[in-house]
Write a protein that binds this ligand. Structure first.
Ligand code: HEC
Ligand code: HEC
Length: 344
């Protein structure tokens, strides 16, 4: 090298190069240390949005469900069947109640009393996943059940009555409606907002005494001081359906389980409430469930149910059980310790 200044410049550049390389390595090491914790955090975020309750035999879709518009029911023979099916869900008693125009099969309640807005209301016991998940295996009967069998169940339990013939115009119409109302639900999917919410258990037993006070304040004005309900003007159906007594659902019905009753009322009662605007706390809902389901109601012989008693829901209030908890605790709780024994 002839030029000493050139050599010095070269040395200087090499030194800068080395420093830059060192700085890069340093940054790389730091970012490697940060990255795993970043990816962990992303995992945790995904875990937090995964629903805690995964209904059996069905995936959970991310999008909230909406029912199709009734104006889109086709003007065809099948469309007429769907419209009649919807009419039977809404005004069951007019057709199939004690003074029903078609046949007296049921107790005067309407399907819609419990399946709100003709089974289209989010978390109002809707029919979003009926057509998509039936036929399906149900532990209560130990059978793979069709939509017809499931509708029949509600006639025999919730409406404390007799099921319509499976080939009747009425049954076929209700099945057609189930198919129509669930048409946006892919096969096998149980969309977000289907059926009823599953509430967390209280850390105590649900309390009928506390429920009685809430009932007097928030329910009796419509459902009556004795849960008897109020008939409409021409007595063909209830304006406010009964909650107990001889015209109410029997003790084999879904609402007789405290979790179902609490899950129904917390998002839907007093009438006008919704999951977006609740009018009850979860604690009030459990106590109301305890009070209402401690009152007298029709009995259903259930000796043929639950061939495998280990499959009974935790809050199924009739023995035999495969655990050592009493009927009293299976009815009112505390449920968490029973759930623990069953790994639920
Ligand atoms: C007293 C309240 C009540 C009435 C009235 C009632 N149901 Fe139900 N129904 C329920 C409850 C609660 C469930 C969910 C039960 C469970 O799985 O524990 C249910 C479930 C169903 C299901 C299955 C839903 C699913 O996603 O698996 C169908 C179908 C059904 N009912 C149809 C009817 C029809 C049709 C009528 C009228 C003939 C009717 N129900 C009347 C309370 C009622
Ligand atoms: C403003 C009147 C009103 C009040 C107050 C009210 N409900 Fe209801 N309830 C209704 C009506 C109306 C229906 C039937 C809805 C339909 O058919 O669309 C109903 C249905 C029900 C049902 C299902 C059908 C049945 O009879 O088993 C239950 C359970 C119920 N209510 C419980 C309650 C409880 C518990 C309270 C108090 C927190 C309450 N309701 C307060 C009007 C009311």
């Amino acid at each position: 090298m002839k030029n000493p200044i050139g050599i010095i410049r070269l040395m200087k550049n090499t030194l800068i190069g080395l420093l830059v390389a060192l700085a890069c390595t340093f940054l790389l090491v730091i970012s490697l240390m940060i990255f795993p914790s970043l990816s962990e955090r992303t995992n945790r975020a995904t875990a937090a949005v995964t629903p805690l309750y995964k209904p059996p035999q069905a995936q959970v879709a991310k999008e909230p469900w909406t029912a199709p518009d009734t104006a889109t029911i086709p003007k065809t023979e099948q469309g007429d069947r769907i419209r009649y099916g919807r009419e039977l869900i809404v005004h069951t008693s007019e057709y199939l109640g004690p003074n029903g125009s078609v046949k007296a099969l049921s107790n005067g309640m309407n399907c819609q009393n419990c399946h709100l807005e003709a089974g289209s209301k989010i978390l109002g016991n809707n029919f979003a996943a009926v057509y998509s998940t039936y036929p399906k295996f149900r532990s209560r009967s130990g059978l793979t059940e069709s939509v017809i069998k499931r509708i029949s169940d509600c006639f025999e339990r919730s409406l404390n009555g007799v099921k319509p013939d499976s080939s009747s115009r009425e049954m076929q119409a209700m099945v057609a409606y189930m198919k129509w109302v669930g048409q946006n639900t892919p096969k096998g999917v149980r969309p977000e907002g289907t059926g009823l919410v599953k509430l967390a258990y209280l850390d105590r037993a649900a309390d009928p005494k506390a429920g009685e006070e809430i009932y007097a304040l928030k329910c009796a004005s419509c459902h009556g001081a004795n849960g008897e309900g109020v008939f409409n003007a021409n007595k063909t159906a209830y304006q406010f359906p009964p909650l107990w007594g001889k015209h109410s659902y029997n003790d084999g019905a879904g609402l007789y389980k405290l979790s179902s009753f609490a899950g129904y009322v917390v998002n839907n009662m007093p009438f006008g409430a919704s999951y977006k605007s609740r009018m009850l706390t979860e604690e009030e809902a459990w106590d109301l469930a305890a009070y209402v389901n401690a009152q007298p109601r029709p009995h259903k012989d259930q000796t043929a149910d639950w061939v495998d008693p280990s499959k009974k829901p935790i809050d199924f209030p009739f023995a035999p059980y495969t655990d050592s908890f009493t009927e009293q605790q299976h009815k009112f709780g505390p449920f968490a310790e029973i759930a623990k024994v069953h790994g639920k």
